[in-house]
Design a protein around this ligand. Structure first.
Ligand code: SAH
Length: 239
């Protein structure tokens, strides 16, 4: 946690917050803060700055906050992801938030196991918690939005073409002819398949909607690895 992300419910006055639970534990045991110390804070979807510890007990820390700094620029990337298995999904959510991705679409695909959609990680509360951890790592405040689409065909036929407008649209698919572009630094939409990969039919549908298939070399990467590799190739901002 390189920044404590603050939510409405943390504020006890316009410039005062009370932290409990995970954030309190972290600032005490990892950061070892004392009264008078300042630490980075940020208001969710708002400004960042410093919080000065004015009260510290076993159960809470009270901070006076000064918020004047803009969060870092978002990455102009729409990430379209075949729903991953839960353990990997948690890490991908956090990493995506850390990298500055603000628009995440979770879609079905033939090789997505049906049980993956049952994970409690998809609840609003758990999505917010994992995205928060990613933002706190990066020192960012803008919460990404997550859209869930459990039917592949209607999504790809009815929604995807609009999503791709004015963007470089790519589907990462091993073994295709073209290598993923580098340093493109323009608005992009990126589709990433499930552990078993997209089927040829699905790749065809994504191409029909406007995506270009690209590869990342001969090694097959886990989805959680493919995301940062693709982002780092496309955007200099995150290097
Ligand atoms: N068994 C699958 C691989 C799936 S890897 C197959 O052979 O197709 C999971 C996803 O990560 C892929 O669908 C793709 O979107 C991405 N990915 C992993 N390694 C990649 C590579 N070398 N090139 C392009 N995409 C890759």
């Amino acid at each position: 946690m390189n920044l404590a992300l603050l939510f409405d419910e943390d504020f006890v006055a316009p410039d005062r917050v009370v932290l409990q639970g995970r954030r309190l534990e972290h600032i005490k045991s990892v950061l070892g803060v004392a009264i008078g110390d300042q630490l980075p804070v940020g208001c969710v979807n708002g400004l960042m700055g410093l919080g000065e510890v004015v009260k510290l007990t076993d159960s809470e820390a009270e901070l006076v906050v000064m918020l004047e700094q803009q969060p870092p620029a978002p990455l102009p990337l729409t990430l379209i992801l075949a729903m991953p298995r839960p353990k990997m999904f948690r890490r991908i959510l956090q990493t995506s938030a850390t990298l500055g991705i603000k628009d995440i679409w979770l879609i079905n695909s033939y090789k997505v196991e049906k049980s993956f959609w049952q994970t409690p990680l998809l609840s609003n509360e758990n999505l917010r918690e994992n995205l928060t951890l990613g933002l706190e790592q990066a020192k960012d405040t803008i919460l990404p939005s997550v859209h869930i689409r459990k039917l592949f065909k209607p999504f790809v036929e009815d929604e995807l073409p609009d999503l791709l407008k004015d963007k470089q649209a790519l589907v990462a698919h091993p073994g295709t002819a073209n290598a993923c572009p580098t340093h493109s630094n323009r608005a992009a939409a990126l589709c990433i398949g499930p552990e078993g990969g997209f089927t040829p039919y699905e790749v065809g549908k994504l191409e029909d909607a406007g995506c270009q298939s690209v590869h990342l070399g001969p090694r097959i990467l886990r989805v959680e690895t493919a995301v940062p590799v693709l982002v780092a190739r496309l955007f200099d901002a995150c290097l």
